[in-house]
Structures are given as structure tokens and as C-alpha cells.
Design a protein around this ligand. Structure first.
Ligand SMILES: [Zn+2]
Length: 322
């Protein structure tokens, strides 16, 4: 589905079969010479078919097209290797350009999840169902790395790169100041709450995410173009809601713990999840994996603010209210 949002700026909705996200938005900005595509869909036939036929309808020549990828998740990055011509620039944040070895990351976070009591027999299943494993880039591409403040010009648009770590380590939005447009990737969505998952023990990703919300709050924005779901206008209202949501999740964990001692898997199974399965036991392993990541990011946040205490007990990390 193609929609012209602004002159020469199109939203292309690309289906994500079997994914709770249902679809990803790719944005095309047409220039007199070269065009720019922001995010691509997964490396799978259903995505490729829709994107290629949309580009054909819009008269876009891939030989004259560059790419910007908001972050490393496969629904945004996966198809770029198939689409990018040798002459194409593929803009991507410098932080995640060195983080694309999915297997290596998976092994590191498997160990972290295991010590947090994620069952060993479910880890392999979670890997098999994980889109990062199934639909990643077919080969490595050469990236033109960007950092905070860099600009990208295409047609009548001049975008500023804005680093917004949290949803992923190097997530980067695009801001068009004169038109007051924010291409928000997965940093800010309207219909769902962006996943903020902890993969490795060191980082306080939720703290990073909340700081990135505050950073975006300062911008003058009339229109937000998100990676999933509908474009929307009231950015600041949405930021307030998202901050509120994470405070409520953190408070939910505190009330689940109450005076008990639990591991992160037990806490995850008691949290309320906005998902179509009846009970925790029915969650596919890959969804349990994402849920666990959310729980861990909130636990880390609570621990750093001094509300939660963790310790090793019988080979697992357990948590209690401090
Ligand atoms: Zn994402």
C-alpha cells in the first residue's frame, strides 16, 4: 500500500507475515537525481515482492537510490543487501554497524538469559523463531556510517540524524526541521509500545530509552512517520504516554515482587502482556524471549535507581525489593 504523505515523500506498507507487528513502513523520498529509501522490510519474499512492485509503480530506479536504516532489527535492515546497487550509499549508525554478528550476540545473551532462569530447552526454540536469525541480510553491505548531527540531503529534504539509543543500541531518527517531520523508526510508535529489551547485563537500556524520549521532546515536530502503524501529529503527548507506560511497568514489577524473591523468568510469567495468547505457557518461545528482555530492562532500571536488589541464588540471579 502506497501513500503520498508529503510532496515526493511516500509511505510504503510492507507486510510482515506471522509477526505481531503485521507490517513495516518503508519511506521513499524522491529526488531529481537520487532517491532515498528509509528502512526496507525483512529479507523474505513477501517483503521483497511488495517493495519492488511499489517502487516500480512510483517509477524508482534502484540504480539511483540510496538507503537509510534506522536500526539493526531485521524488519528494517534485512532486505537492504538485496536492494542496494553497488553505487548506492547505505546510511547506518556507526554503533550498530559493528554489531551485526547475530550469532555472537545470541550466544552472549543466551548465557545472560540462562542465568536469569530462562529454560535451556526454550532457548533453541526461541532462536529458531527469532526474525533476526531467519530473515537477516543475505550478505554484508558496505555502510556509510552516520552519527548524531550528520545531515542527509535528498530532493527538497534535508534530514538531520538524531541518535536515540534505547530500543536498540544505535537507533537513529531523521529530523527535517524546515518541514517539522520526524522519521521515528521504532523509537516512538503510536499504536504499540516500542520494545525495550535488555540483551546483555551491562547496559541500562530503559534509562537510555527514556533519555532519548526527552531528547526528541525538545524538537519542533508536526508529523511523526513511525516504523510501524499510522503517522501521527501529537508527538509530545505520545512521549508523555510512553514514559508513563514504563513507570507503570516498573511499578508492576515492584508489586509482583512485593516481599517475595523471584527470578526474572518468574516475574515475566506474572506480568501483563498485550498479546493474543491466553496464558504465559502458551506464548511461543520467541515471544517469551522478547517478554523476558522487557522484564530485564525494567529490573536493571529499578536496580540502578535503588528500588530492587539482585543476588545469585542456586545458580540464578534473583530479585527482591530493596
Ligand atoms: Zn526495532
Amino acid at each position: 500500500m502506497i501513500e503520498e504523505i508529503f510532496p515526493d515523500l511516500y509511505k510504503i506498507e510492507i507486510p510482515l507475515p506471522e509477526s505481531p507487528l503485521r507490517a513495516i513502513n518503508s519511506y521513499l523520498i524522491k529526488g531529481a537525481e537520487r532517491s532515498l529509501i528509509v528502512d526496507t522490510g525483512m529479507n523474505r519474499a513477501e517483503c521483497r515482492r511488495v517493495l519492488l512492485s511499489s517502487l516500480e509503480k512510483l517509477g524508482v530506479d534502484l540504480k539511483m537510490t540510496d538507503f537509510f536504516i534506522t536500526h539493526l532489527h531485521t524488519d528494517h535492515l534485512g532486505l537492504v543487501a538485496d536492494l542496494a546497487d553497488k553505487s548506492a550509499k547505505v546510511y547506518f549508525n556507526y554503533i550498530e554497524a559493528s554489531m551485526l554478528d547475530f550469532r555472537k550476540h545470541w550466544e552472549e545473551s543466551s548465557a545472560f538469559y540462562r542465568v536469569n532462569a530462562f529454560p535451556a530447552e526454550e532457548i533453541e526454540k526461541a532462536l529458531e523463531g527469532h526474525p533476526g536469525f531467519k530473515y537477516n541480510m543475505s550478505e554484508m553491505v558496505h555502510f556509510s556510517t552516520v552519527k548524531d548531527g550528520d545531515t542527509i540531503e535528498v530532493g527538497k529534504y534535508r534530514f538531520h540524524c538524531i541518535e536515540t539509543p534505547g530500543h536498540s543500541a544505535g537507533h537513529t531518527c531523521l529530523y527535517e526541521a524546515s518541514k517539522k517531520i520526524l522519521v521515528s523508526g521504532d523509537h516512538i510508535l503510536l499504536d504499540i509500545t516500542p520494545n525495550v529489551s535488555l540483551w546483555l547485563p551491562e547496559r541500562n537500556v530503559l534509562k537510555q530509552y527514556l533519555a532519548s524520549l526527552d531528547k526528541i521532546y525538545l524538537l519542533d515536530v508536526n508529523l511523526v512517520l513511525p516504523g510501524h502503524g499510522r503517522p501521527f501529529n501529537n508527538l509530545r503527548q505520545r512521549i508523555i504516554e510512553l514514559k508513563q507506560h514504563h513507570r507503570e511497568r516498573a511499578d508492576e514489577i515492584l508489586s509482583i515482587l512485593n516481599s517475595k524473591v523471584m527470578n526474572a523468568y518468574q516475574i515475566s510469567s506474572r506480568m501483563s502482556w498485550d498479546i493474543e495468547y491466553g496464558s504465559w505457557e502458551e506464548f511461543p518461545a520467541s515471544q517469551k524471549w522478547f517478554a523476558m528482555g522487557e522484564t530485564l530492562s525494567h529490573l536493571k532500571y529499578l536496580e540502578d535507581e535503588g528500588s530492587v536488589h539482585s543476588e545469585m541464588q542456586g545458580g540464578n540471579i534473583v530479585y527482591s525489593v530493596a
